[in-house]
Design a protein around this ligand. Structure first.
Ligand code: RP5
Length: 157
């Protein structure tokens, strides 16, 4: 994440990766304040054993795009409505509107949890155990909806 102030959103990424038993590392790397650290991380990410990078940032959010420009790993971008955001649109558009050839898979504003799920799905494409856990996770989503039907459909009756 670009700043410790992004932690309330990016901790949701870590939480779901933990739930799905996908190992992760989480840190602060700022594209603007620590550009050398960003380059160092992105250049070495694949060799250091990462399978996917989740990059969250607010405001003029250059971290996901610049990381994607350096690494060959898939990069998932999380736009964050931060203290310096204009309604979050600034970071949504900074992360989403990448030039041809350098994609960033952009989740919804403050979509830290979905970024974690998507990262697990990327890993699950080549890891049957992770894939099975994602499958169970999706079944639980369905069960939750089905269990809500009784209360909703009997409302007011
Ligand atoms: C971005 O600027 C960070 O990702 C954060 O969302 C925002 C504000 O950072 P702080 O001023 O709170 O450190 O680079």
């Amino acid at each position: 994440m670009g700043s410790k102030s992004d932690l309330p959103i990016m901790s949701q990424t870590a939480d779901v990766l933990k739930e799905l038993e996908v190992p992760y590392e989480m840190t602060v790397i700022s594209a603007h304040r620590t550009p050398e650290r960003m380059m160092e991380f992105a250049k070495n990410a694949a060799n250091n054993g990462f399978g996917v990078v989740v990059a969250g940032a607010g405001g003029a959010a250059h971290l996901p795009g610049m990381t994607a420009s350096v690494t060959s790993l898939p990069v998932i971008g999380v736009p964050i409505k931060s203290s310096n955001s204009i309604d979050g649109w600034d970071s949504v558009l900074s992360i989403l509107q990448m030039p041809a050839g350098v994609p960033v898979a952009t989740v919804a504003l403050n979509g830290g949890r979905n970024a974690g799920i998507l990262a697990a799905q990327v890993i699950g494409a080549s890891d049957d155990e992770v894939l099975a856990r994602i499958s169970a996770f999706k079944k639980a989503l369905k069960t939750k909806v089905m269990n809500s039907l009784g209360e909703v459909e009997s409302y007011g009756k």
